[in-house]
Design a protein around this ligand. Sequence first.
Ligand SMILES: NC(=O)c1ccc[n+]([C@@H]2O[C@H](COP(=O)([O-])OP(=O)(O)OC[C@H]3O[C@@H](n4cnc5c(N)ncnc54)[C@H](OP(=O)(O)O)[C@@H]3O)[C@@H](O)[C@H]2O)c1
Length: 267
Amino acid sequence: MFYSHYRTVDCALAAGYRLFDTAAVYQNELFLGYALRKLLPKHGLTREDVFVTTKLSPAALSGDLVADAFRKSFDNIGLDYIDLYLIHFPGAAKVNAQSPQNKELRIEAWKEFIKLYDQGKVKAIGVSNFTITHLTELIEATGIEPMVNQVEWHPHYFQPDLLQYCDSHNIRLQAYCSFGGLAVSNNTLMEETIVRQTYAKYKATPAQVLLAWSLQRGVAVIPKSLTPHRIKSNIQINFRLTQEDLAQLDTLGAANIKYSWDPKLVA
Ligand SMILES: NC(=O)c1ccc[n+]([C@@H]2O[C@H](COP(=O)([O-])OP(=O)(O)OC[C@H]3O[C@@H](n4cnc5c(N)ncnc54)[C@H](OP(=O)(O)O)[C@@H]3O)[C@@H](O)[C@H]2O)c1
């Protein structure tokens, strides 16, 4: 497993990827840091050429636990600094999703994130899986907007009102699950007729069409693959979808299929 991750990072750097997304809960911070330390020189790159994101585990969503959790992630990754630190989820582990305690805990945690940023320990701070309500509460309580909100975002599940809110607050929306449920072996989105017709038109891959759809709406993407030819093709998007293509793909939103955990259930 370690060797295959190492080869994946090697292949990604060669293909031109510069953003690496990890998290305490993925338990791969150590692997990623090791691979980057070894491989950056091989590719003629330095620490400044890459962007590393990690995330606070829901098990550490509490003001008291952030400093230690950050230190652990920082030590695991073992690079000079972390580019972006995110609150992984608005709900705390082992707290009932409907409990008002979640709100208190994420506000406390966000105050600690602001301290980490003010102390120069991390270059940017943000959140993940936050709804408009979660974002509004955080901003009202602290006056500080997250720089990024990483959320599930693909033609089967996207939220124009969330994008509009984030745009108006200078929060960069970043998509995960760009391929719908593929990460959990569900090909439904890739096999949609509209997706098939669009990729045939551009002689592209379905994955490229789905990534282009997000990017052209101003939503950043972080696609994942362990397969060398997919790693290469996912970053080679040499076409632009027309407004009509974008609108056609948008119609898939009527399905409203969510494949990952649902923050709307968290009070
Ligand atoms: N913040 C959160 O709560 C959250 C949740 C989930 C994920 N994430 C982050 O999002 C990033 C992306 O992960 P994801 O889970 O959303 O997965 P994803 O990028 O949507 O999909 C990954 C899956 O797609 C397959 N795939 C990749 N390129 C393909 C292509 N061109 N053709 C066909 N299949 C292709 C991969 O298979 P192979 O590997 O076999 O190629 C893998 O099974 C990760 O870095 C993760 O850190 C964040």
